[in-house]
Structures are given as C-alpha cells and as structure tokens.
Design a protein around this ligand. Sequence first.
Ligand code: N01
Length: 525
Amino acid sequence: MIVIGAGFAGLCAIHQLRAAGFSVRAFEAGPDVGGTWFWNRYPGARCDVESADYSYSFDPELEQEWTWTERFSAQPEILAYLRHVADRFDLRRHIEFGTRVTAARYDGQQARWQVTTDSGVQATGRFCFLATGSLSVPQLPALPGLADFAGAIHHTCAWPAEGVPFRGRRVGVIGTGSSGVQLIPVLAEQAAQLTAFQRTPAFSVPARNRRLTQDEVRDLKQGYRRRRALARGSPGGIARPPVDRSAHADTAAERRAHFEARWRVGGTPSITGAYSDLLLDAEANRWAADFVRDKIRARVTSPEVAAKLIPSGFPIGTKRVCADAGYYEAYNRPNVTLVDLRATPVLAATASGLRTTAGHHDLDVLICATGFDAFTGAVFAIDIRDAAGRALREHWAAGPRTYLGLATAGFPNLFTITGPGSPSVLTNMVASIEQQVDWLVGYLRALRAGGQRETVATETAEAQWGARLAAAAQRTLYPQAASWYNGANTPGKPRQFMVFLGGLANYARICDDLARDGYRGFRAR
Ligand code: N01
C-alpha cells in the first residue's frame, strides 16, 4: 500500500492497513506528522470540533492515556497528540518525511501504482491512498507588486516554526475566514498597528473555549464508547444528537430564546444547528442570520465598523461559520483598522504596504489568511495518470468525479480519503476519516480473500453518485454562496458543490449497504 500524507487520514490509514496485514509505505512532504495541524500553526489556530470528538476511536487505551485539556484543542495540543499517536503505534518507520510525491502512474499489467517523489525515490504499491487533505494547498492573492513588498509575507498555512515577531510592528491581514478570524484578535494584542483587509465579512459565533475540569476529563474518559457510538450515528460525526425541529415550529420569541441559549453554549453549530431547516429554508435562515447580525452590532462599538462587518448576500452557514474568541471586540481597539475591500479594493502591493483605492497602508508584515485550493488542489499537485497515460486532471476537468468520494472511474486501486464527494468537511473530519479508512480496509480484505488484485469504480456508479451529490446540494441553500465548498474561491475552477450533504451516518449506511451487496458500483478482478 502506498499512503500519501501523514496527517489524521494518513496516520489512520497506515495504522489500520498494517493491522489488517498489509505492508505500507507512506510519503509526507513535511518534516513530521500532522498535515493540517503541522502547517497551520499561526497564533490562535484551534479546532472548532470539540476535543473529545476530534480524536481517534480505534484504540481504547489511547483514549484513556491521552488527556485533552480544553474544550476545543489548540493547534500545539493536536499536533502533540498526532506525534504521540505516531510514536505510540510505531508509525514513523513506515513514513518517508520531507518527500513529496510528484507523480503516480498506474501499471495496468502489473495492477500496481508507481509513484515518483521529488527526492528521486520511486515506489510501487498495489493500492494508493491519497491522504493529502481537503485544505492543504494554500492560495496567495494575485496582487500586482506582491513580489516588491519589502517586509515579510506569510500564509496562515505555511507558518514558520520559529514564529513571527509582531511586537511593535505594523501588520496587515488579508482574509477574514476561519483563519483570519482566529488570528486577528491574537495579533491585535501584539502588533503596534493591525489592519484587516476584508473582502467578504464572515458570520462568526463565539467558540466559548475553556479548560476542561478534572470531572469533565474523567467523565469523558469513562464515556468514550457511548460518545463514539453517538458520533457515528449522527450526521456531523459528533456526539450531539441533531435538532429535529423546524424553526417555523416556534414563535419569534421562542426562537430568540432558543438562539440565545445556544449562543451562550458557543461553537460553530450553535446557531446553524439550532433548527433542522436553517440550511434548507430561506426564511428560517434569515432568522438565524439576523440573530447573529444583531450580536455583531452589539459586540462592535463603532456603528460604522459594525456595518462593514455585517455579512450579507449569502445565507448563514453556506460559507463556513467561524468560531472566534474576541474577533469582533478586536475592532474596538485603537490599534486595529478594518479595510472594506468591496468599498475600497486593493490596487497593488508596494515595497512598504498595500495601496487601495482609498490610499496607502504602511505595513511591516503581511499575513495572507486567504484560504486554499480546496479538495482538488492537493490531488492535482500530483501528476496522476491511468494505465493509458490519461491524467486525472483531465478526467476531472469539469469538476471532480468520484464514486462515494472514494474512487474514480478509470483509475483503479486509487482511493481518496475524505475526497471530493464525501461528507468530509461538513462533518467531524476525524470521524469521517475513520469511517472511510475502516470501510476501505474491509473492502481490501474482501478482495484479498477473493484473490482479486484490482478494483475500479464503474462509470455508471460514478455518474449516479455525482447526480446524487448535485441533487442533494440543490435541495439546500448551499449553492447560493460563492465558497470553497463549490470551488468559487479559486479563480478558474469549475463551480461544483464538492461535499456529500447527507451526513456521516447516512453515508456510512450507504457504504455498508453497498458492501453487503458485493461492493456494488466497483468492478474487481
Ligand atoms: O480560508 P477561507 P481560511 N483578496 O477560504 C479572503 C478550515 N479552518 O483559511 O470570502 C482579498 O475560509 C476570502 O474572501 P472571500 C475551515 O473549514 C478551520 O480562513 O473569498 N481577500 C476570505 O475572507 C475553513 O472554512 C478552522 O471574498 C481574499 C479569506 O480570504 C477553512 O479551513 C480554522 C482574497 C479566506 O477564507 C478555510 O479557512 C481555520 C483576495 N485575493 C481554518 N482571496 C477552525 O477549526 C481570498 N480572500 C476554527
């Protein structure tokens, strides 16, 4: 088995494949394990899924020996966890670090993948797992003059290990998505002057992170089995049952009280998960959005600044809701300025800052919190070709085509973990990763038992899955936003909703039914 990537998905795949008796060789571009959690080490980086859910369930001893300290773990703790997992299960010996896979070619005669790396290493394996991450290829803004900027430029996802000094400096942040929203309040406390360049205001809700008490840690450790079962049976892969009530079932006062109660609890699903139809019904969505807009107004002292921060033009939740700690309050500080790029667009970077239509902003450091070429960026970074030499990039030219988000017609023995077309980013990623890896390992065991060495998704299965994905998206409000869920954030990318919206439990049921039905949709030999 070839595994590409050693983040949550890669480590899980290595562990489970090895446990099933397969030999594994893994490649990781970074110098250590961690993937997303290795690279996104900007100040304030923190998960928006609760620590207790955002962890592996495959080993009860691991659950008992690891102690999460906060409700939502910060990046250093998650990275420490992944390092611990790699060491505890002796996974590192399978991984070649600092080695980027540049090409993968299928040999139809041998039924094997041949991969090439930037260090000149070649390897072959019967199956190839792309554990390359949904959000791992950063995007820099295409600004004229960026190369002339004399100060330091950093993307949030390529943060220097030694950190970046901000004290006494004039710092600019472009981008106010999840990364910018986490970073800005931290930088506001350190920088002499912070200028946030905002193109689209995000909806952000308080994370309400806090340290876990000893009692909570004890209860968590005692309750893991129940918690995991609940998470697996839920749409989001988290141990909280979804709300099964329409927003229309409540009066305006009841809704307000319900939103208020959930606002006090905090976290990304607190508002958009408050009712079952908030992402299906425009009016219900507006009630939720207006509630958050009122909260933003209340959090920002200047009505002019608040007006710039109020999101509009897309339903709440159709671009990812951010979870913050003091984001809006940061704009109440005298050293923080908000630049609305829709009113005053950036014209160019200069040697000493950014020029907008309203004037020049002097900067010593520029941070790009400008997001990722999501889902397909990391796949296309590898020149993947089928036995006839046809590139996966060509097969996906009009948008990614997958069966179950796991496999692609014409590309045998190649699997994407949390790939386009799977529930992935709209669920707890760790739960989704484990479900997919376990299911695939089950399939590979079945193939081995049957003496089969090749499997490929059929064109029909792939087309039907694509139609199902698109139909599911059309039933929701999601297509109304220009987001990285549908490729709109990447210039030139085809617009296609890339997430299966049926939820994790439903998806797992579909996968299990197909398995019982002889892995319908795959052709094996
Ligand atoms: O990236 P984003 P992110 N000029 O794409 C702006 C996960 N995550 O790194 O919306 C000016 O969301 C862009 O503006 P617009 C999470 O799933 C999770 O913040 O395209 N601005 C937007 O404001 C998240 O959704 C956590 O108009 C430009 C921002 O940059 C995903 O990662 C923390 C621009 C990009 O926002 C990505 O988040 C961090 C340009 N040329 C990340 N190009 C947590 O768990 C882009 N922008 C909490």
